[in-house]
Design a protein around this ligand. Sequence first.
Ligand code: D41
Length: 710
Amino acid sequence: MSARDRVAWLRREIARHDYQYHVLNDPLIPDAEYDRLLRELEGLEAGHPELVTPDSPTQRIGGAPAEGFEEVVHAVPMLSLANAFSDEEVADFDRRARERIGHDATLTYLAEPKLDGLAVSLRYEDGVLIRAATRGDGGKGEDVTRNVRTIAAIPLRLMGEGWPPVLEIRGEVFMPRRGFEAFNRRARERGEKPFANPRNAAAGSLRQLDPRVTAQRPLAFQAYGLGEVAFAPSPSGRRLQRGSRLATPGARCPGLGRGKDLPDTQSGRMAWIKAWGLPVSPELATVDGVAGCLAYYRELGERRDGLDYDIDGVVYKLDDIAQQEQLGYVSRAPRWALAHKFPAQEELTRLLAVEFQVGRTGALTPVARLEPVFVGGVTVSNATLHNMDEVERKDVRIGDTVIVRRAGDVIPEVVRSAPERRPADAQPIRMPPQCPVCGSDIVRPEGESVARCSGGLWCSAQRREAIKHFAARRAMDIDGLGDKLVEQLVEQGLIRNPADLYQLTLEQLAGLERMAEKSAANLIQALEASKETTLERFLFALGIREVGEATARALAHSFGDLEPLMAADEPRLQRIPDVGPVVAAHVQAFFRQPHNREVIDQLRAAGIRWEPLALTAPVESPLAGKTFVLTGTLSRPRDAIKDQLLALGAKVAGSVSKKTDYVVAGADAGSKLAKAGELGIPLLDGAGLDALLVESQGGTHQGFRPDLRP
Ligand code: D41
């Protein structure tokens, strides 16, 4: 094969894999193989400079910095979108559309996510990307061609052959969340200022004068429509024939000889845009009438946090192009499209005060008391500041105007302050020297970001949290003993420790607020039922620091019963897989405390019992010691999966870190999945997990690991 032929083949092959990866989300080859193709092409082009063309994938990398951006006049203006913030406004929009069209029938809309990025127009002539421009004021924008060329999701040459000779594709450039997080992490490591949000990151990256900088930014693109489309033969004289073939197997692009011949629906046109090799949203859906629009809005709104990109609403577009033309435009926006916005996830408000909450282990969490503000669909008046390092990093002071964020069911947090609005009397936030609940000293070990109350179980806050933990479902599983009830019981002085629970009487319980006789009786029964337990549950329920479910299980199986464990010294404890010096010290310290021994005695006297375990050799499963994180909706109950993993000696953690070995991601997995991607942690879907479980139990199931690119 000649160099010319090989170069042409490599370009086609690379373009095909770009399409598989960025548009179809279905890579056919591993990254390394893709890199080899690209390197081979680079080598050939270096040896044959005459073969280099502007649409070669090697030309994405970008050249020297530019002086500034040239102005581009859009041949067809880039319109804006009318906004709606309520269901009523959507209903009004639909009603007006039906009135203008003059019929009562239900209208069909194409619904899609509204990406929070930057609108651009891509101009292809004879199938080759010749210009990319920002939206600007809609009439004219800036020439960002060299930067846009570096975005791998944007084809430099259209696929197939059926495209019009002049074709403008409009869409949004955006930065997916996982790329954004990774980029910001690197920025912080280098001491640079991170971007406030993915939108700013995308805009900042696209407006780089040096395309080599843009090339390093993880930008993506999704098309949402067309600009200028011209079917006249281009100056280079390419002739389009009726029935030219499209890239998608089987798809036909009939009669592109005349302007009228684009599909006559918005959805049909989007399908063609996709077939030409451009990414379109996987969430596109045609819906009927207001009811269909609102159902789509709610459904996507619920999945919003699980998407890997920010969206700030959904867009409805009349699907029928003839109807679009009937409706026309008002000022700069089409009457046939509407952006239905989600409630903002970030708002400004004032920080009134900071209080410190004491957790089960005594950890102090600074909590912001805020001027109530409507954010993420609810009114928020408290938000976490995490810890003092974060307070410092975010530069927050009392009296400041702060940005509050509430995304999905995540607890609201203070993102940062707006220092330009800082009043002269703003007060720095100080960690109190004594516990606000019990008055014990606060200690913060060198190098740790968490400060703790040293009061232990003397501190009523720690006691209350310890009892909540003791009663929890995966601990002693005391049905009906919720957080609010524990708080009441502790406040009224009815219980001081977990053992007191078993001394409660029906009369005491029935006397509580919002407690009917019947539920009091049920609770007594639940307490009775909880006495029959297992050693591992009991150990976990004690709330020994650093002893989670997996460690509790390992301890239970290694000692068989409580007495030998309580008598064990640190070297003996450290012989257990995954018990290091820190855990061993915490276990020892716990059992050395006279108070703890007393509570344990009382619990056993109250009748708590378990079956002693036959001593087993440390689990030899290949999963022993491996840490899993479960996220998203899985096909089986999470608890069942967890039990299975624990039984194989694995651990199940709540958050993804460098120590995580596997992330099991179900449907609608969100930030944990993104984090796993960033850290390069192997991902499993439900089937992948099952395969792994079968394998580690000595099964013969042929497990597979999907090729997962970052
Ligand atoms: O995802 C978006 N941000 C998006 C923006 C979208 N899905 N569709 C859009 N459709 C239009 C019309 C109907 C005017 C073609 C848009 C925009 N416009 C738009 N983006 C920025 C300004 C207008």
